[in-house]
Design a protein around this ligand. Structure first.
Ligand SMILES: [Zn+2]
Length: 408
């Protein structure tokens, strides 16, 4: 099985190249707005939309005209990508599963440093390649790149974007997954609690790091400062830029933490069981998850890492209750948010709320994947003599259940 992965790299364009990148970002935005307006007109007229092919040929027809010279100076494959994105956005807006809004016009920022324009180029006949520390981008040239990690395969597309005051490109590549492990030796459930700490049923704990909390406090302080200043003034703009920079720092720190945690989780376990965070967010986090979604990131990254390693990632059913279940006897208890530990009313076991929840997630997950026929419990002969028994499973079929087929 192949997976398309995205890797981000920092770009260091020369001033001339930077001017070109800014221009191209603006062009992509212009094409988006143009095609979107055309789509809206069409919808007013006969309640239909333009599909990719029509949009692509429209672009072709416009090119020869003087006033659309800006389209002509743009990479035509990149222009087509804008049309593709718009088609997807329009389709998503009408899909019941996606719940997405109708696409909007993109606005430009007069202050250059605040924009987040981007464009995507396609690697047709090896036009995008990395040589001598620079990546060749069609119609831009060889832009110096910080290649902090080697490419894993051929480049499919690159998206060049300006984010938080820095240029970066995200390169999509196809990666071959390892063959699925036939014998899976450990199953671990993970509970993500309201304090945004990940607790594993094997005793693993990853705290939401302090530096993130500190950065977020700083961010709130700057936002209060921004509110005090006159909108559009120099001092306002300065604060605005500091906020923008801090956003960038926070998002990089968050991603780094999520990558490290998910890497450790995936290395140490063969079967990972998580809860469906969509439901969890509704039950517990009251919106704070959306703003600071480190934990959602950890589950996402653990999922693809597990798939790459040929391991098993499983999300348990939507309304499975996990907190307050005794890990010894299964007795259910109603706990308030402040009860970090509890004593079982049936068997008297004193336990940590999070660890008990993680254990319950692991056992629900285990029942799930056995019932679905994905794995079967086995006892290898070599283990029967050992005092500590680890659970061993044999893979019978691949887990397509984690794709949420029951979601309706
Ligand atoms: Zn109990």
């Amino acid at each position: 099985m192949k997976k398309t992965l995205r890797y981000n790299y920092r770009l260091n364009p020369t001033p001339e190249q930077e001017a070109k990148l800014i221009e191209f970002g603006a062009t992509a935005r212009g094409i988006w707005n143009l095609l979107l307006s055309e789509n809206m007109r069409r919808y007013e007229y006969d309640k239909t939309f333009l599909f990719y092919k029509e949009m692509a040929s429209l672009l072709k027809e416009l090119k020869p005209f003087e006033e659309f010279a800006w389209i002509k100076s743009f990479d035509s494959a990149a222009a087509q990508q804008v049309a593709r994105d718009l088609e997807t956005a329009v389709k998503n807006a009408f899909s019941k599963v996606r719940l997405q809004r109708f696409p909007k016009h993109k606005v430009s920022y007069k202050k250059k440093k605040l924009h987040n324009d981007s464009f995507r180029a396609v690697n047709n006949s090896n036009c995008i390649r990395i040589e001598n520390g620079a990546i060749s981008i069609p119609k831009v040239g060889k832009v110096p790149i910080v290649l902090h990690r080697e490419l894993v395969s051929k480049i499919k597309t690159i998206t060049v974007q300006y984010r938080h005051g820095k240029w970066e490109c995200s390169i999509t590549q196809e990666v071959e997954c390892k063959t699925a492990k036939q014998v899976l030796e450990t199953i671990t459930g993970f509970d993500i609690n309201s304090k945004q700490t990940v607790v594993g049923s094997n005793g693993f704990v990853a705290d939401n790091p302090k530096f993130l909390k500190q950065a977020i406090e700083k961010l709130n302080q700057l936002q209060r400062q921004l509110a005090r200043r006159t909108k559009g003034s120099n001092r306002w703009l300065k604060t605005k830029q500091r906020i923008n920079k801090l956003h960038g720092k926070i998002s990089r720190q968050r991603l780094d933490f999520a990558h490290k945690t998910s890497r450790q989780i995936t290395n140490e376990n063969d079967i990972l069981v998580f809860e469906d965070l969509n439901v969890k967010a509704m039950q517990k986090f009251n919106g704070s998850m959306v703003a600071d979604n480190v934990m959602g990131l950890i589950t996402q990254l653990s999922k693809y890492k597990a798939e790459l390693e040929g391991k098993l990632y499983h999300e348990i059913g939507r309304f499975e209750k996990s907190t307050g279940i005794c890990s010894e006897c299964g007795q259910r208890h109603v706990l308030t948010l402040n009860d970090r530990r509890f004593t079982c009313t049936a068997c008297g076991a004193y336990q940590s709320r999070d660890l008990a929840a993680a254990k319950s997630i692991a056992s629900t997950g285990e029942l799930d994947i056995i019932a679905a026929g994905i794995v079967a419990r086995v006892t290898p002969a070599s283990q029967q003599k050992q005092s500590v028994k680890t659970k061993v499973f044999e893979l019978s079929k691949l887990d397509f259940g984690s794709e949420k087929k029951e979601a309706a």
